[in-house]
Design a protein around this ligand. Structure first.
Ligand SMILES: NC(=O)c1ccc[n+]([C@@H]2O[C@H](COP(=O)([O-])OP(=O)(O)OC[C@H]3O[C@@H](n4cnc5c(N)ncnc54)[C@H](OP(=O)(O)O)[C@@H]3O)[C@@H](O)[C@H]2O)c1
Length: 272
């Protein structure tokens, strides 16, 4: 699996990882899917205390070399609550450290200086290996970056897909400039790319995929990561979907594909 540098660190993460929101309905099948994904090179799993899937992730990753990202919920942004939440996540995951600990959403009710102080404390102790945020705007990133003393923000996890492209109005550029890796969530627009509402887009990506021996899903995910400085974390409940997603990296669009896509996506496709 191709990799991308995480923030300004020397650490590399796979371009395609695995999301785990809404998993937990059929743990046996989902753990099998996660394990298949790990074997296929998606050695990067995203979870959150809010998802209730940290235990599942810990089980799937046991004995494997996997980069695990989790998140602290906004209602735990007070300093002592961050420390406690981190302790619970470590226990759930069955690990001694967290590779990437992310603030799930901004919370204006708690000063960001207090939350980041706790995050920096965890990073200084080596419990958290990298600090990330999620759903942060340019302004929120600037504010958080401005108050951090010893560590840097390695990543910003945001929604980005062929159908949801708000980040193109400045946020992707800002992250690139500041060496903050973008982690694209809902890169398949939560399955909306397969809906009849977006039939024309689906037909186009199916056609492009056929030229490369790739599935429509692989085309949609490759489009996300091909922007540069972006890793994507599709969620798959089955082994078949996980293996399909793992094949999204390692190839590039040709000029014909890009022309077809830019024509199509230029038509004003926005949020599903
Ligand atoms: N930071 C945040 O605020 C935030 C918010 C939302 C999500 N996230 C993270 O991002 C991850 C991914 O986003 P998401 O779960 O919202 O949506 P997504 O990954 O865009 O889409 C998931 C949907 O696509 C389907 N799918 C996946 N692979 C497929 C394939 N190869 N062929 C056909 N269908 C396929 C899944 O079906 P099956 O389940 O049947 O495989 C599911 O219905 C989450 O799991 C979570 O880790 C973060």
């Amino acid at each position: 699996m191709e990799t991308i540098l995480l923030g300004r660190s020397r650490e590399k993460i796979p371009l395609i990882g695995m999301g785990t929101w809404k998993l937990g309905k059929d743990p046996k099948k989902e753990i099998e899917a996660l394990k298949a994904g790990i074997s296929a090179g998606m050695r990067f799993i995203d979870t959150a205390e809010m998802y209730g899937t940290e235990g599942l992730v810990g089980e799937a990753a046991k004995g494997e070399e996997v980069f695990i990202a989790t998140k602290v919920s906004p209602n735990h942004f007070r300093e002592k609550d961050v420390i406690k939440a981190c302790g619970r996540s470590l226990k759930n995951l069955g690990t001694k450290t967290i590779d990437l600990y992310q603030l799930h959403w901004p919370n204006s009710a708690v000063p960001i200086s207090e939350t980041m102080h706790a995050m920096e404390e965890l990073a200084t102790k080596g419990i958290v290996r990298n600090i990330g945020v999620s759903n942060f705007s340019v302004q929120e990133l600037e504010e958080a970056m401005g108050i951090m003393k010893k560590h840097e923000i390695a990543s910003n996890q945001i929604e980005y897909s062929m159908l949801v492209r708000d980040a193109e109005s400045g946020l992707l550029d800002f992250c690139r400039k500041e060496h903050i890796t973008v982690i694209a969530y809902s890169p398949l627009a939560q399955g909306a790319i397969y809906s009849s509402k977006h039939k024309d887009l689906y037909t186009a990506i199916e056609r492009i995929g056929k030229r490369h021996g790739k599935s429509p899903t692989q085309v949609a995910l490759n489009w996300v990561i091909s922007k540069g400085n972006i890793a994507a974390i599709p969620k798959a409940s089955s082994k078949e979907h996980a293996l399909d997603n793992a094949g999204a990296a390692g190839w590039s669009f040709g000029a014909e594909d890009l022309a077809e896509l830019s024509n199509f996506l230029g038509k004003g496709e926005r949020s599903p």
